[in-house]
Design a protein around this ligand. Sequence first.
Ligand code: FAD
Length: 318
Amino acid sequence: MKIVELLDRASETLISYEIIPPKRGGSVAQIMEIVASLMEFEPPFIDVTSHSAQVYYEEMPDGTWRRHVKRKRPGTLGLCAAIKGRFGVETVPHLLCRGFTREETEDALIELNYLGIHNVMALRGDDNGFNKPVLFNRSRNEYAIDLVHQIAEMNRGRYLEELIDAAPTDFCIGVAGYPEKHFEAPNLMWDILNLKRKVDAGAHYVTTQMFFDNRAFFHFVERCRDVGITVPIIPGLKILTSKKQLQTLPSRFHVEVPEALAAEVEAARDEQVPEIGIEWALRQCEELLNAQVPCIHFYIMQTAAHVKRVVGALRKMA
Ligand code: FAD
């Protein structure tokens, strides 16, 4: 079922999850265990992130440098198919512009279509030093909107090369939104107008970057509605579980940790931090539930234990 249909049919706020594929050469067992442990909450859908190739340089004995390219976390599509096959849960593979040609993207979409996966998240991805050469007759999507266009065209039966009687795909397309604005955008409204263009190009729903202050989310949703974005907007939440994340989350994801939360975490002993993060997330969830958001989307990084505590508590309250 498509994400927008799931949202449409739900009589209450849904709770979804996002997981990261294992590192190259790692075992899928651990991630399957995480997914299995979430089944008691009957997740409506699970997103699986995508990671483009990265460049690193190795110094050679003669003093020269050799350039290496590798994908640290391949396997998004396979993982989505495995989760859907084993648990019967809808999966949402993330697709990126950066690091992939349009031809590779089309092939990935054809594979997903064959696998019966009809939801995708269209993202630009970040620069990782890897710019695939634009070869003859090959091209890449620059921004997420270009990827949305490509998927929407396939939904109309238009593939990269003209094919007679090509069957249209039927993908439900999600895109990213940023309550605290994307770090490259000059201001929030500029970024929201970019989001509007992605929706106008064919995106069916929005999932947001994590935020720790609900006011940023509510303000963002209001501005989106002001400019005519009418599709569902799903808030993304991450539970803060360590002191280190006071630095790493803002620097990696360009989000603010509110002073009150930061002060509480700084004053606590290390082992107390997860409890503070869980309590904070619970308060965020209660407020979001009261505001009748369509879904709450939890970012799971290494373990589902903290998210499960929050979702378990929310269930008891319901
Ligand atoms: P875009 O919508 O293309 O926007 C990127 C920036 O470019 C914005 O500042 C926008 O305002 C600007 N812009 C857009 N169009 C133009 C234009 N024509 N001219 C000039 N500027 C323009 N990253 C991963 O690598 N893998 C993942 O799986 C992944 N999952 C994510 C899931 C969610 C819900 C979110 C919120 C983010 C995720 N990201 C992921 C991170 C994302 O790839 C980065 O934030 C990236 O920098 C921007 O992606 P985007 O799709 O929002 O890009």
